[in-house]
Ligand binder design. Sequence first.
Ligand SMILES: Cc1ncc(COP(=O)(O)O)c(C=O)c1O
Length: 390
Amino acid sequence: MRIIPYGRQCVDASDIREVIKVLKSDWLTQGPKVKEFESELCQYTGSKYAVSVSSGTAALHMSCLAAGIKPGDEVITSPMTFVASANCILYCGGKPIFADIQKDTVNIDPEEIKKKINPNTKALIPVHFAGHPCDLEEIKGIAEKHNLLVIEDASHALGAEYKNLKIGSCKYSDMTVFSFHPVKSITTGEGGAVLTNREDLYEKLLLFRNHGITKDKKNMDHYEGPWYYEMQELGFNYRMTDFQCALGISQLKKLEKFLNRRREIVNIYNKKLAEIDKIILPVEKPYVKSSWHIYYIRLKDSRRRKIIFVKLRKNNVGVQVHYIPIHLQPYYKKNFGYKVGDYPKAEEYYKSTITLPLFPKMIDSEIRCVVNIIKKVGLEHSTSEDVYGY
Ligand SMILES: Cc1ncc(COP(=O)(O)O)c(C=O)c1O
């Protein structure tokens, strides 16, 4: 039996046709598809500006640069996320400060954010964990009170909604970051984007994406002729290609279909797994619509996580763990002195969690198979060997 992965892309013949069209055209990069993809992203989310880039990580880095993060600045994010959410602060010389999570949503806890703010704090990076939006209204309130920027890490959350607005509308933030890695809501292979409603940030993002170079006369120190360009910032080559943007445009057309199928699978999991009293299922608050990037279960007895994880993998269920708390990564422990016990809720979540397969192309028999194997590998009846065997 082939392994059922925890996530995978859904690329069909129409996507491939669109990519091939661009490959046969004059523009492989810096052509018309880039702007088209960006305006589609704006239309979908309701934001004013979008800047497509080569990855979600690049999008986070550029957002921190545009936010003006520099050595000595502190930025608060969640310990329960992929390392990129915090590394982007380090790239700018800033210091990542973590605020512990809410037990139910696994998102950063606004009350914990308040405890970490000091005069060096410059920005907040809330992460919409698993596609479930953070409490943005509360976070924006805190940011306004302390004059902080908000950068939403919405790598998991394209298509999610908060209080009837699409994530990416930037109503409650200065910038929103998406990732288009293959396991995300839509894919461009590698890719990402930053969305904003602020023209000043948009202009900066365009600079940082392209080596800090401007060709726009109105922004130049002086102008020498039609060949002239100026490098005004230390930027990067974070551009996305036209064929990736063509894939993105084509994928966006199918986003609602993908989201609906994810939700259908989640409903089946919720119904079937509710019968097992040894696990806790993920929540969805009434004021959000999750994009269901991942479906995680929590074991009430976390001592059994390892044996159950190994058994699931042996049975070809491609389970994962999202994530190892960032503050427990050796780099963060070594350089910032973080240690076990610093963020107890994130650590407790980490110990008990398993991510199950969830992707739009998952067929009903695969869902049934995952549920049956979970029951078979011992979630219903624990033995002392299960608990202590490892
Ligand atoms: C929460 C989060 N932020 C940022 C990233 C980085 O995105 P990318 O892989 O597109 O660089 C990821 C990737 O998995 C992520 O999960």
